[in-house]
Write a protein that binds this ligand. Structure first.
Ligand code: HEC
Ligand code: HEC
Length: 166
């Protein structure tokens, strides 16, 4: 008795170990330098590397002294270590789409990729402007487990307090 359950568990375990890519699982890949969380998580969420393509991460890291109106400058060794991590774990252009800023001076935004827009096309505009959200980059305002890298739909609570799935 219990064999089917055990088989199901085994199957689940092997799928998890194989790292089957799931849209709602954006846990940080292993190997992050400590500075990634400390520096890049100081003003906002330490964004999952998979959400920008390598070229966009290079551009973010090349312009830290003028970072979306802030100065996020780092010493060269720290900057290099973080860039290596981000570029090494970057998203695939085919899946993400570019942030559309390659030809401009504007810094790339992961919230501007085709992937991000597709995932959020059902979210009414008013929510992005809500006082407790102030723009799509504030993932944790709605995804209550974003810090842990989990974006499951049942964890989403909108800024007006209603659960997305209700
Ligand atoms: C001094 C504060 C500060 C630090 C430190 C900082 N950022 Fe930012 N970052 C910002 C601000 C402000 C924005 C713009 C937020 C917005 O417009 O919603 C931003 C936006 C971003 C965006 C674009 C988000 C979007 O809208 O798609 C990325 C990517 C990003 N930061 C990456 C990083 C990385 C990588 C680091 C570490 C090397 C870092 N940030 C460190 C303040 C900071
Ligand atoms: C205003 C609230 C809000 C903000 C801010 C927000 N999201 Fe979402 N997100 C949602 C909602 C609602 C859905 C589900 C949409 C649907 O079901 O069509 C969603 C869906 C997703 C999904 C898909 C999950 C799945 O199971 O396919 C991912 C991944 C995601 N968001 C990541 C992010 C990231 C990363 C950020 C920050 C850069 C962010 N979101 C910011 C509300 C938000």
């Amino acid at each position: 008795m219990g064999t089917p359950g055990r088989l199901a568990n085994l199957l689940f375990l092997s799928l998890s170990l194989a790292g089957v890519a799931q849209a709602d699982d954006l846990r940080l890949p292993a190997g992050a330098p400590a500075a990634f969380q400390n520096e890049c998580g100081a003003c906002h969420l330490a964004f999952p590397p998979r959400l920008l393509v390598a070229e966009d991460w290079r551009r973010v890291m090349a312009g830290l002294d003028r970072h979306y109106g802030d100065n996020a400058g780092l010493d060269a060794p720290t900057r290099r270590a973080i860039e290596t991590y981000l570029v090494g774990n970057a998203g695939k252009p085919k899946k993400l789409g570019s942030s559309g800023t390659a030809a401009s001076d504007e810094a790339p935004r992961l919230t501007a990729t085709a992937w991000f827009k597709r995932k959020h096309h059902e979210v009414p505009q008013a929510y992005w402007r809500h006082a407790e959200v102030r723009g799509p980059s504030n993932c944790a305002a709605c995804h209550k487990q974003a810090v842990a890298g989990s974006y499951r739909e049942r964890e989403i609570v909108m800024p007006d307090g209603h659960r997305w799935q209700d």
